[in-house]
Design a protein around this ligand. Structure first.
Ligand code: SF4
Length: 98
């Protein structure tokens, strides 16, 4: 009896094949949508700058280190990694000597 049931469940009708294809296409469409969202999110994350507060930015140097000697500094007052205007004499905890 159980053999008969298992044989019955393996019978594929045209309707069940269509339902299965729809399921596969639905999953593929969902995966594509998810992939594009992830791509957009990754691109945004790659270009996002930190807030000055998040990196402890201050408008004066620390220990002789300042924006003017940091590799992220873009004179006269921009930074590649921190939002807003920064001063050449400023400093933050992302400082990297150029
Ligand atoms: S010290 Fe901080 S704010 Fe200044 S240039 Fe470097 S990363 Fe930007």
């Amino acid at each position: 009896m159980s053999g008969a049931i298992s044989n019955m469940t393996s019978i594929r009708t045209p309707a069940s094949r269509m339902a299965s294809r729809r399921g596969v296409f639905g999953l593929a469409a969902g995966a594509l949508a998810l992939g594009s969202l992830s791509g957009a999110g990754l691109a945004e994350a790659a270009t996002a700058k930190s807030t000055q507060k998040a990196v402890d930015y201050q408008s004066h140097p620390k220990g002789g280190k300042g924006c003017n000697t940091c590799n992220a500094f873009q004179p006269p007052s921009k930074c590649k990694t921190v939002e807003g205007p920064v001063e050449a004499s400023g400093w933050c905890n992302k400082y990297k000597k150029s």
